[in-house]
Design a binder for this molecule. Sequence first.
Ligand SMILES: C[S@@+](CC[C@H](N)C(=O)[O-])C[C@H]1O[C@@H](n2cnc3c(N)ncnc32)[C@H](O)[C@@H]1O
Length: 231
Amino acid sequence: MSWNEAFADHYEEWSTDMTADIAFYVELAGHADGPLVELAVGNGRVAIPVARATGQPVVGVDTSPRMLEQAMIRAAAAGVRLELREADMRDLRLDRLAALIYCPFRALLHLNTWADRRRVFERVAASLRPGGRFAWNAFAFDHHIAARLDGTRKLGPVPHTIRYALGDNRVDLVRDNGAVSSLWWATKNEWLGLLDVAGLELEALHGGFAGEPFTEDSREYVFVARRPRGA
Ligand SMILES: C[S@@+](CC[C@H](N)C(=O)[O-])C[C@H]1O[C@@H](n2cnc3c(N)ncnc32)[C@H](O)[C@@H]1O
């Protein structure tokens, strides 16, 4: 498992700078006519505003008991309903087909093999209504950024070092206490290949959360796909 529970400590601080995605996922949820599901829901950072804006519960799947506990407490404080499930997104099984499944904050990059990602995409395709949407975002690897950041030590929110393993297309956050959280980046064609094998179709690829076009200079993939209506 590439997510280390130690990273549940101070999660609000780790994610302080990530706010631009919330309006994007809220807007998508507003267009969804049916169940809403967040993969790797974490502490509900996105699911809580989605549930508040839509007045619908969000099914939140995550493997981390500590993140789910934070989500439960935060949802209760916000007065919204999340249906939290401790489960692996690779084994996604829903009681009702979803109108929207989404996975923010690059969480699909915690899956380190093609086979794991393919499994998630296939489970998503099987869990969506015809016409239902799947949305996610992930960073586009940039060797200038990697060269700049590799070996950088940061003190907040807890002391850690960023390390790149280029041959494994992996970036690690290594806490001083030894805990490691890893992300495996993927290329645009790998993402498109996953849609292809899962039988999903691309609706949009944006270069940011304001819906800007994806260009070769974009550094974030913001994907919206859908299950074909006839499927
Ligand atoms: C960076 S957090 C993202 C949390 C939340 N979606 C957000 O946007 O703030 C990554 C989350 O992915 C979860 N995770 C990692 N691998 C997972 C898997 N295979 N299935 C379900 N959750 C997973 C971790 O437990 C963690 O809560």
